[in-house]
Design a protein around this ligand. Structure first.
Ligand code: FAD
Ligand code: UDP
Length: 384
């Protein structure tokens, strides 16, 4: 084949992709498409890359997680291998306590929790017996209250879940989907780790470093500080061969089925002139204060210095859409949006929706990374 013909073929095969959102969903897609030869432009309304997972060093010199603590956990070796191209890791011990009646007890519920709450000796058989007495038999689990009552029983629900959930979501557990409280495991041993997944790690040099390595590819161009609105979509479709959209799904469709509600947080940071302020990385407050939890991320970043920063999280309806609010009404509305989103795949310029905001799902980051990896590989294989 002549040189010019080869060149023409390469040009024809090169696809231009737009990625909306520079979080884990968007950047995973961008990287995989870029490696497959696509030219990718990533838009984000913020001026940072990494979405809600970013970390920065604050003015006191402490490495903090800007949008709440991000505990990397996964069962997927495949994901770990892929991410290991962009970061080294440090082992992390994610231990959380809840302050109940002025005492710190361990969560998720395990044998230690029972000993701390009751003052009695609890082994596995005692705990099973306890649950037999306290669990409520519910035929069809319809909401988070049912999920708690049927799993841990009324007493633990009252102490650990009921008021925390109300504070976190501004709704009662009975108004929320069961998957919210089902995130917490229930343990019949003394394992105190918060997440249930096998690998529990932290990027050695922080999340922001991981994400800046991820976007460091000659085929990836960043357009930061650029919010994409519904009115911009037509122009994007004209300029690009393919769009990956990871922003809020209701915003994309100009709220045609109504607004989806998200819960947000106001973060209040305090720095103390001492090595550590609290005994573990996270303390939850089910029964007092307006904040839900205090997070001292230094416990897991392993930074060594004689100052520490603690972050207090105040739930609010205002601000960045951090959590999809899984009420019955929102779930039904999202169903309509997801149907519309699926149709967008079949246009001349296909648009694919992926991630926590675009799917309106309470995903952890490993789930988002994996979904985006799988979707993008499928797109690359099909050519669109
Ligand atoms: P995001 O990270 O939200 O990224 C979306 C990006 O899109 C953002 O950068 C946003 O600015 C941009 N964007 C949105 N709309 C537009 C638009 N219209 N135009 C342009 N840009 C736009 N996961 C864990 O695995 N472990 C944890 O411990 C953990 N803790 C968490 C704690 C908190 C407080 C929160 C809120 C989340 C936590 N998560 C955790 C979940 C994790 O943050 C998400 O799973 C992950 O960030 C989802 O990635 P994403 O790319 O879908 O969305
Ligand atoms: N939850 C609770 N008490 C706790 C911890 C969690 O009631 O001490 C409930 C609450 O509804 C919360 C949900 O379980 O929103 C999920 O908790 P998780 O810690 O996973 O929330 P995230 O880290 O995503 O904010």
């Amino acid at each position: 084949m002549k040189k010019t013909a080869v060149k023409r073929k390469i040009i024809r095969k090169t696809k231009n992709a737009a990625v909306v959102g520079a979080g884990p969903a968007g950047l995973t897609a961008a990287r995989i498409l870029a490696e497959k030869g696509h030219v990718v432009e990533v838009f984000d309304k913020r001026t940072t890359v990494g979405g809600n997972c970013i970390d920065t060093v604050n003015s006191d010199g402490i490495l903090i997680h800007n949008y709440g603590p991000h505990y990397f956990r996964t069962d997927s070796r495949k994901l770990l291998n892929w991410l290991s191209k962009f970061t080294k890791w440090r082992p992390a011990s994610y231990t959380v306590k809840a302050e109940i009646d002025n005492e710190l007890v361990s969560v998720p519920v395990n044998l230690n929790t029972m000993i701390q709450l009751t003052g009695d000796v609890f082994d596995q058989a005692d705990f099973k017996q306890y649950l037999k007495l306290h669990q409520v038999s519910i035929k069809k689990i319809q909401n988070a209250e049912d999920q708690c009552l049927s799993t841990v029983g009324g007493e633990l629900y009252e102490k650990i879940f009921k008021k925390y959930t109300q504070k976190q979501w501004g709704k009662t557990a009975a108004e929320l989907a069961p998957e919210i409280t089902a995130r917490l495991p229930l343990r019949f041993d003394f394992d105190e780790r918060y997440p249930r997944e096998y690998f529990q790690l932290l990027p050695r040099d922080g999340y922001s470093s991981l994400f800046s390595n991820l976007v460091n590819h000659p085929n990836i161009k960043l357009a930061l500080g650029r919010e994409v609105f519904a009115r911009d979509i037509r122009a994007l479709k004209r300029h690009y061969d393919l769009i990956i959209y990871t922003g809020p799904v209701d915003q994309y469709f100009d709220y045609k089925y109504g607004c989806l509600n998200y819960r947000s947080l106001r973060f209040e940071w305090k720095t103390y002139a001492q090595e550590y302020k609290q005994p573990c990385v996270q303390i939850n407050y089910p029964d007092r204060y307006d904040y839900t939890r205090s997070v001292e991320i230094k416990h897991v970043t392993g930074q060594r210095c004689m100052k520490t920063t603690v972050c207090f999280e105040y739930p609010t309806d205002e601000g960045e859409p951090l959590y999809p609010l899984l009420s019955e009404e929102n779930i039904a509305r999202n169903h309509q949006y997801q149907k519309a989103a699926l149709n967008e795949r079949h246009g001349t310029t296909p648009v694919h929706f992926i991630g926590r905001l675009a799917e309106f799902k309470y995903y952890n980051m490993d789930q988002v990374f994996l979904r985006s990896m799988n979707l993008t590989k499928m797109i690359a294989a099909k050519g669109k």
